[in-house]
Design a protein around this ligand. Structure first.
Ligand code: NAG
Ligand code: NAG
Ligand code: NAG
Ligand code: NAG
Ligand code: NAG
Ligand code: NAG
Ligand code: NAG
Ligand code: NAG
Ligand code: NAG
Length: 421
């Protein structure tokens, strides 16, 4: 009997899952207390930011390796309001871990926000940075790195300084119900406020809401088996693969499925970008059921991404190495192309960094490809109109891609071909 009780107690202890509340001191930096708490309880624990408290995350944190841990954000979190204070941390001699919140790895880790609309916000005070066009020593937001079996849910970022989430080196993640609001209240632009930077394997992103000033999703080299669906992107630079192959890098991106997303007033809808001189392969990538409203470049593929500031666009006839692309499908794209004159907020050069020579502004698809490096690129079930109701156009060079791309491959009006139905 006694023995049985002890066994029960032992079992209860083994299953013990405790919740630990992050300590808070008004006016002081709560990061050291947070780090101490997580270090003390890096397994089988919930680390709770309490509702009703605004925590001061005045310095960056690098979490230890975590096992069976939930970081639960029911309170608000605030960065320093002072740009200089953040810059001192990012540029500091102590060594900045790369992001304001950096995970270094672990198993079964959940990062969870609040469903209360008033609480659970992480406020980066980005507006001051955007207004000052301050781009020195900007911190990335959340690096959910090297986690196996992880969840990011219900997180809410308000005015992040720049880049929001990245998942490099992680496996088996579910990232859902998150919200990023990187919207400027002034005419200044929220530069580099990327939403989700997807790296790693077997990741599912869904039901995310992003309003920002750069890529909504960006899939980097090394990413495999990634699904993104049922989401909303507004104001940014599209559902992107890349950029790949910068500085001769060898890319490897495979099995990416992007589906059911509304692109509202974004510069791009679906986008692929690789630099000339790179190498490697991006294959089996599908963008499907994409609705777009007020988007200048609904489908844009370039193997010739380059830095306008550095010199002229490399000639596509040069036989440089290139990231090969294979089996790209753009299916069921419905919406309106922005063809009224406008200048996107990130344009600070003349011509703009996104200007395409000889484009009419009415292109539903631009395929800027290198001969012999692109196979099986198909665009089908496209239903697009322009805001001015002028005919929809395309750009495509038939010497660079030999399969039926779903429309007449030329620089001219959009004419559907067999593969396009
Ligand atoms: C972590 O553990 C140390 C040593 O037991 C203790 O002094 C410290 O207060 C703990 N930190 C927190 C935040 O509980
Ligand atoms: C993983 O973590 C969750 C809490 O986030 C916990 O409920 C679950 O039991 C953990 N899974 C395992 C296998 O320990
Ligand atoms: C939490 O932070 C957000 C973003 O700064 C803010 O809008 C909200 O009012 C805050 N919540 C409370 C209860 O102060
Ligand atoms: C990707 O998914 C396929 C099919 O489910 C699987 O065979 C493969 O191992 C996965 N790749 C990685 C890197 O997990
Ligand atoms: C292509 O990727 C999808 C996931 O997006 C996967 O289900 C399918 O098996 C892959 N096909 C090939 C031929 O690798
Ligand atoms: C590309 O070719 C054109 C015409 O031959 C030439 O004027 C231009 O300088 C070349 N650009 C580069 C980057 O080599
Ligand atoms: C198509 O590409 C070929 C070879 O790269 C080039 O010579 C030709 O000028 C291009 N055509 C157009 C219309 O750009
Ligand atoms: C092309 O790639 C191969 C293999 O990665 C490399 O050996 C070669 O130097 C590259 N050539 C150029 C012009 O970059
Ligand atoms: C733009 O069009 C003109 C006239 O057709 C042509 O001479 C020129 O090569 C084109 N430029 C590019 C970059 O395709």
């Amino acid at each position: 009997m006694l023995c049985g009780l002890l066994l029960l107690q032992a079992a209860a202890l083994a299953l013990a899952w405790d919740t630990f509340v992050v300590p808070h001191t008004a006016g002081a930096d709560d990061t050291p207390g947070l780090l101490s708490l997580v270090t003390n309880h890096s397994s089988d624990a919930t680390i709770l930011f309490s509702k009703g408290v605004t925590y001061n995350i005045f310095t960056a944190i690098k979490f230890p390796i975590l096992t069976n841990v939930e970081i639960r954000i029911e309170g608000n979190l605030t960065y320093p309001t002072s740009i200089e204070e953040v810059q001192a941390v990012v540029g500091g001699l102590q060594g900045f871990p790369g992001s304001w919140f950096t995970f270094s790895g672990g198993n079964n880790v959940t990062l969870r926000g609040s469903t209360d609309p008033k609480w659970g916000w992480v406020d980066g005070h980005g507006q001051a940075w955007w207004d000052a066009v301050q781009q020195v020593n900007r911190p990335h937001g959340w690096a959910f790195s090297h986690i196996t079996n992880g969840v990011i849910r219900d997180m809410k970022l308000f005015k992040p300084v720049a880049w929001s989430f990245s998942t490099s080196g992680s496996n088996n993640l579910h990232v859902f119900n998150n919200k990023i609001l990187a919207v400027s209240d002034t005419s200044s632009f929220p530069f580099n406020t990327d939403g989700f930077s997807a790296g790693g394997n077997n990741l599912l992103f869904e039901n995310n809401h992003i309003e920002n000033g750069d890529d909504c999703l960006t899939v980097g080299s090394g990413a495999h088996n990634i699904t993104w669906r049922n989401s909303y992107c507004e104001g940014g630079h599209g559902l992107s693969i890349g950029s790949l192959g910068k500085g001769g890098a060898v890319a490897d991106v495979q099995n990416i499925h992007i589906e059911s997303t509304l692109m509202k007033s974004c510069l791009y809808g679906a986008r692929f970008k690789s630099w000339t001189g790179g190498n490697g392969l991006a294959r089996n990538i599908t963008w499907k059921d994409i609705a777009f409203i007020d988007v200048p470049f609904p489908i844009y593929v370039t193997q010739n991404y380059w830095d306008q500031g550095v010199g002229p666009k490399p000639n596509s006839s040069d036989t440089l190495n290139n990231t090969h692309i294979q089996d790209f499908l753009f299916q069921n794209f419905v919406g309106t192309i922005r063809d009224k004159p406008y200048v996107e907020g990130s344009c600070v050069s003349d011509p703009c960094w996104y200007a395409v020579p000889n484009a009419t502004g009415r292109e539903v698809a631009i395929l800027d490809l290198y001969p012999g490096t692109a196979t099986n690129v198909v665009v089908k079930d496209v239903f697009a109109t322009t805001q001015t109701l002028r005919p929809v156009a395309v750009m495509c060079n038939s010497t660079a891609v030999t399969n039926d791309v779903g429309f007449k491959c030329w620089n001219g009006p959009f004419i559907r071909t067999k593969a396009g139905f």
